[in-house]
Design a protein around this ligand. Structure first.
Ligand code: PEP
Ligand code: NA
Ligand code: MN
Length: 620
């Protein structure tokens, strides 16, 4: 065997399973857990994954033979593959995502709670024998740079080779991660099965899964159990399940934050470097903003992460952040040269595509990659497709999975084990009304209030009227592993600590999606968002002027060159227009939302709502 590749040992008598030996020095707790899980799920074979290229090659070759992966034309897309999922397994299933805290109130009103013992008994039933006829892979991984004080380790068990290869891209996976687990290391066991056992001789399918799904989290014991899905956040358990749901609980207990945020490094024309963390709900262009090419002259934006940030007060008293991931699991549709040329350049090769369309030349396509679809497409379900088919060629949640290191704008400090110092935090949403293009929070408490009230209109609301708002506090609605009201208190506490050490970042709100009376976007977005980012960092630097308003500090006249972005004066004024009646109606909606938390919303957040109302009444 190659260096570091475990030798396969024949027939250790465990349900006739063939075992690869765990690498020497493997923590006995990990070995005991793997043995227990193998007894439960009865796989044919157990493989300890080493994270090597050879291992990935073998798994990929097997998936091509099985029909799980289609090899793309290497002349166009070297070492790249297309997977087509089962049509019933195409996205995260929030309705089957559970937080199984001992006390229901600790899950809060925004999570599905399940009683832990009851959930354990259901899981034991569905996992029993669930890997029959399959291989069980043991996938050790580090979220964050190996050995970083901010990094955490986990071990995922899975029966999906697609998941193994994807985890190899999205995390630091393999032997080195396993070697981080010492007898006193806290590690997260992450159990996964697609839930499709094979009886002897039964042929496999390209994308095995189960109609019944469980994405279950046990916050007190830091465990993840995922059953029935092979897709994205349901199955790549280092991502949403570990790095957000479980890590948010660990962070609450230890004094740090696990957030649904992108991370950027920004350099101004004088060469001063800043770092920014920004939270946007899913489908608000986080990956685009993380790969922004600013139109404003002299400014450079580099990428650190596009989905998740872990933020912790550092030894220097400043707020430091890492991207715990090692890759991007980006939405393909809408990614093109005009919207995100950096992403297009990133996925030149070494990329796994899932549920995109296939071109006759063996390359991939999706809506938005080019203006007009090429001829002869095969859609994500494997059927011939034309523009007359009446359905998209690529699934709207189709994805690319690619290493972060392949991104041409990746920052030199993106994997700094100390993390980067955060200068500004941005909260964004998708709002047609009320929320201005940009505002600076009045202080940390006001900033936390802004984060707690992030929302989007369910439908396009008429100007001046509050439509039904979908609340997505901190863009964490599906991802917070505990009561969100406690999450806001935790933010207040972290801010209080940072205030004492002089490391409180400034907080801003942005909204790229405001519309005029006529339904037009008022702001061009994309590269022009760099002008807003520049103002934010000039505020941090103390060089940009602002005017006070009931929603926070707004850019002073002349502080942002909107004319250079092609925005007329009237649209600029509308981007910042404040309708006190609409804000007061929205405040009532926020109060109703806060009411669902049964008295757990922090007093400082209720105070912020009262103060906002007072400012709006004064403006009426
Ligand atoms: C996911 O499904 O894993 C995922 C990244 O989801 P989202 O794009 O909603 O964050
Ligand atoms: Na999703
Ligand atoms: Mn996300």
């Amino acid at each position: 065997p190659l260096d570091g590749v475990p030798e396969v040992v024949d027939q250790i008598p465990l349900h006739d399973a063939t075992w690869a030996l765990p690498p020497e020095g493997t923590d006995p707790r990990v070995i005991a857990w793997v043995e227990k899980m193998a007894h439960l799920t009865t796989p044919d074979t157990v493989v300890w994954c080493d994270g090597s290229r050879r291992e990935a090659d073998e798994l990929i070759r097997g998936m091509i033979d099985q029909g799980t992966l289609i090899r793309l034309n290497a002349d166009h897309r070297p070492y790249s593959f297309l997977a087509r999922s089962n049509p019933d397994d195409v996205a995260r299933v929030e309705s089957r995502t559970f937080i199984c805290s001992a006390d229901e109130a600790d899950a809060g009103p925004t999570n599905n709670w399940a009683e832990p013992a009851q959930m354990r008994s259901e899981l034991e039933d569905v996992f029993a024998g669930s890997m029959a006829g399959r291989t069980m892979y043991v996938v050790p991984f580090s979220m964050g740079p190996l050995g970083s004080p901010l990094a955490r380790v986990g071990v995922q068990i899975t029966d999906s080779p697609y998941v193994v290869v994807s985890m190899g891209i999205m995390t630091r996976m393999g032997h080195e991660a396993l070697a981080q687990i010492h007898p006193d290391t806290e590690w997260v066991p992450a159990m996964h099965s697609v839930g499709a056992p094979l009886s002897p001789g039964e042929p496999d399918v390209a994308w095995p899964c189960n109609a019944t799904k469980y994405i279950s989290h046990f916050p007190e014991t830091r465990e993840i159990w995922s059953f029935g899905s092979g897709y994205g956040g349901n199955a790549l358990l280092g991502k949403k399940s570990f790095s957000l749901r479980i890590a948010s609980v660990i962070g609450r207990d230890e004094g740090w934050l696990a957030e649904h945020m992108l991370l950027l490094k920004v350099t101004n024309p004088k060469g001063r470097v800043f770092h920014v963390a920004a939270a946007f709900p899913s489908a608000c262009g986080k990956t685009n903003f993380a790969m922004l090419k600013p139109t404003i002259p002299g400014w450079t934006v580099e990428t650190i992460g596009d989905d998740i940030a872990w933020l912790a007060p550092g030894p220097d008293g400043k707020l430091r952040a890492i991207n715990p991931e090692a890759g991007f699991f980006g939405v393909a549709p809408g990614t093109g040269m005009s919207t995100n040329s950096t992403a297009v350049e990133t996925i030149w090769g070494n990329t796994i595509f899932t549920n995109v369309a296939l071109r006759p030349d063996g390359d991939v396509w999706w809506e938005g990659l080019t203006d007009t679809p090429p001829d002869g497409l095969v859609d994500w379900t494997g059927r011939h497709w034309t523009p007359l088919s009446g359905v998209p060629a690529a699934h709207p949640n189709s994805r690319f999975t690619v290493a972060a290191s392949q991104c041409p704008t990746i920052s030199d400090d993106w994997d700094d084990p100390r993390g980067v110092v955060i200068d500004a935090i941005i909260f964004g949403g998708r709002r047609a009304t009320n929320v201005p293009l940009v505002a600076e929070a009045r202080g940390w408490e006001h900033g936390v209030f802004i984060g707690a009230t992030i929302s989007s209109e369910r439908t396009a609301a008429a100007e001046g009227i509050v439509g039904e708002l979908r609340r997505d506090p901190f863009a964490m609605l599906p991802f917070c592993g505990y009561n969100m009201a406690d999450h806001w208190q935790h933010w207040l506490d972290v801010g209080e600590g940072l205030r004492k050490t002089g490391g409180v970042p400034r907080i801003f709100q942005v909204n790229w999606f405001r519309k005029g009376d006529d339904g037009r976007w008022l702001w061009p977005g994309f590269g022009e968002n760099g002008r807003v980012l520049a103002w934010i960092l000039e505020r941090v630097e103390g060089t940009a002027a602002a005017v006070e308003s009931p929603v926070g500090w707004l850019p002073a006249p002349g502080a942002i060159d909107y004319a250079a972005a092609g925005v007329p004066d009237a649209d600029w004024a509308e981007l910042f227009a404040i309708n006190p009646a609409a804000h007061l109606a929205e405040a009532d909606d926020a109060e109703k939302f806060f009411g669902t938390f049964e008295g757990r919303v922090p007093a400082a957040i209720i105070d912020q709502l009262d103060e906002l109302r007072a400012r709006m009444r004064a403006a009426q």
